[in-house]
Design a protein around this ligand. Structure first.
Ligand SMILES: [Fe+2]
Length: 195
């Protein structure tokens, strides 16, 4: 059984406590649903013919719930420790600069501002030694398989509706970067790059 993780999130600038609290409740739902699906799959597999439709539907939902769980864990942990700027002299800072020059933030922000619910993602390929930025639709479509995650930005409406309204995604993304602890990303990169 997966356990709901607790996060030490300081007061955020531009993202209200109420929004964070509701968002954490949604995250808890993913953990609960993922565990519940596992139980149901075992139960239905006892008579797979009778439960064929339910089994196939649940199997399709399984990665949706898992990715929702893990992505929110990556997302919330990026606020822990409070806002901290990128250290340009860190291994990650130098690698990001070499790959994107000055264009990382506008590039990544443009991915976040794409239409539709999903996640703007930055992965790192430790084999090719390249970053890959992308957009995961909902949370389970379009991931770069095998690549570990450096940065996960939730751009579902639930992340910003309360504070900025349905058209406020761009303002929310600005607020996200104001609160981001880049040292969390530096640590992720160090772990991945050493593999
Ligand atoms: Fe979310």
């Amino acid at each position: 059984m997966y356990q709901e993780k607790k996060f030490s999130i300081p007061a955020l600038e531009g993202i209200s406590q109420k929004s964070v609290d509701e968002h954490l409740s949604l995250y808890a739902g993913y953990v609960k649903n993922f565990n519940a699906i596992g139980d149901k799959l075992v139960e239905y597999a006892q008579d797979s013919e009778k439960h064929a439709h339910a089994l196939s539907e649940l199997m399709r939902r399984k990665s949706f719930e898992f990715d929702g769980m893990r992505l929110h864990e990556l997302y919330f942990s990026q606020f822990e420790g409070g806002a901290k700027a990128l250290n340009p002299d860190s291994v990650f800072g130098k690698a990001l600069q070499a790959a994107y020059h000055e264009y990382f933030l506008p590039y990544f922000t443009s991915i976040g501002n794409m239409r539709g619910p999903g996640w703007a993602m930055l992965y790192y390929d430790p084999v090719q030694k390249e970053f890959q930025a992308g957009f995961a639709g909902e949370q389970h479509q379009g991931h770069f398989v095998t690549l570990p995650v450096i940065l996960a930005l939730d751009v579902w409406e639930h992340a910003y509706l309360l504070d900025y309204g349905a058209t406020g995604k761009a303002k929310y993304i600005d607020a996200f970067f104001k609160n981001l602890n880049w040292s969390v990303l530096e640590a992720r990169f160090d772990t991945i790059a050493q593999q």
